[in-house]
Design a protein around this ligand. Structure first.
Ligand SMILES: *Cc1c(COP(=O)(O)O)cnc(C)c1O
Length: 360
């Protein structure tokens, strides 16, 4: 079967060139006679793969020297707990911005360890926007300010980085990391599960300013302490070696493409044309405020929800898969991460136009 355009929110598409490279190196990596998966994580061969991946990510994101890059497991969801465990640093409260489903999960977990102050919430607006900078209320005693720059389910993306002053800013970048350049120095900590824009599920990237490491809550498990991983180059235990190898190949692919500014140009163009198709029709709609629309996750509904099933059926037949919206939102959701070719977005737009003509 030909490869399809997969609009899944995650695990999501990987660049075809990366999969082909992985296939060609599967049985015998660089004349080692082994697959990467079969190698010691502490051996010279795997260490070179590891170091290449870290240095490529540092170059791509322009990560300052005083930040550690940790390659962990447990998904972004484990970070919901690790962040308060590590970043409270003797304080008792932390501030969170609530912009949707993922913010809420982070907040619920933080409440197990800290008093959570909701610095801003767009719940009254059904999570169809991000707060403006002047709506964010950040008490001076907060240990950090956490937010979700891109809400994967609602399709809401901040168009700015909140200014938290001296209070460390923490961002769940799971669904928008590497989609455009960001200024890492504005953040205390950035984290992301890999399965959207980095590589396969099972790898979690944490980028943390080094002065924030080493003051964990009493009773924090060794594996949940950033210091454990920072002191051991993410090799305290066995890291997800194959995931790291693939992430490294994705970073290489991004560098060949021209880095994050080049990627941003493509992403903006892809998103803009899909939003234009939605806005230009009376049949499709997207509820998110225009200045907060995600480049990565684009939910849309049909004027008649009874046609959802037929739309999905015809999309599937055309090789456009996993477009069904999240159960909490309904309708459709097109996740168009870095690896979604522009041709996939074009094919979706054509199908939408055809479907509208026949059924509107
Ligand atoms: C997917 C996602 C998560 C959950 O990631 P896991 O790796 O499955 O734990 C958390 N936050 C955001 C914004 C996401 O998109």
């Amino acid at each position: 079967m030909a490869r399809v355009y997969n609009f899944s929110a995650g695990p999501a598409m990987l660049p075809e060139a990366v999969l082909q490279k992985a296939q060609s190196e599967m049985l015998d990596w660089h004349d080692s006679g082994m697959s990467i998966m079969e190698m010691s994580h502490r051996g010279k061969q795997f260490m070179s793969v590891y170091e290449q991946a870290e240095s490529a990510l540092r170059r791509l994101m322009n990560i300052p020297e005083n930040y550690k890059v940790l390659f962990l497991q447990g998904g972004a969801s484990s970070q919901f707990a690790m962040i308060p465990m590590n970043l409270l640093r003797g304080k008792t409260s932390a501030a969170y911005i609530n912009t949707g489903a993922w913010s809420k999960k982070a907040i619920a977990e933080a409440k197990r360890y800290a008093t959570v102050h909701i610095a801003a919430s767009t719940e009254d607006n059904k999570f169809c926007s991000a707060p403006t900078a002047d709506q964010i209320d950040l008490p001076a005693e907060s240990a950090y300010l956490h937010y979700t720059p891109n809400e994967t389910i609602g399709g809401v993306e901040f168009s700015y980085v909140p200014d938290s002053g001296d209070i460390p800013l923490v961002a769940d970048l799971s669904s928008t990391i590497l989609s455009r350049p960001i200024d890492v120095s504005k953040f205390g900590l950035i984290y992301a599960g890999a399965q959207k824009n980095i590589g396969p599920a099972g790898l979690t990237v944490v980028i943390v300013r080094d002065d924030l490491i080493g003051q964990t809550l009493d009773g924090t498990p060794t594996m949940f302490d950033y210091k454990t991983h920072a002191d051991n180059g993410s090799m305290y235990n066995t890291p997800p070696t194959y995931g790291l190898y693939l992430a490294g190949r994705v970073f290489e692919w991004l560098e060949q493409l021209g880095g994050l500014s080049a990627m941003a140009e493509i992403n903006e163009r892809k998103a803009n044309k899909l939003y234009a198709a939605i806005d230009g029709s009376d049949f499709y709609s997207n509820p998110v405020a225009k200045d907060c629309r995600s480049w990565m996750n684009i939910p849309f509904t049909l004027a008649n929800a009874e046609l959802d099933g037929l739309f999905l059926e015809q999309a599937n037949a055309a090789g456009l898969v996993t477009l069904k919206g999240h159960r909490s939102v309904g309708g459709m959701r097109a996740s168009i991460y870095n690896a979604m070719p522009e041709a996939g977005v074009d094919a979706l737009i054509s199908l939408m136009a055809e479907f509208e003509q026949k059924h509107a």
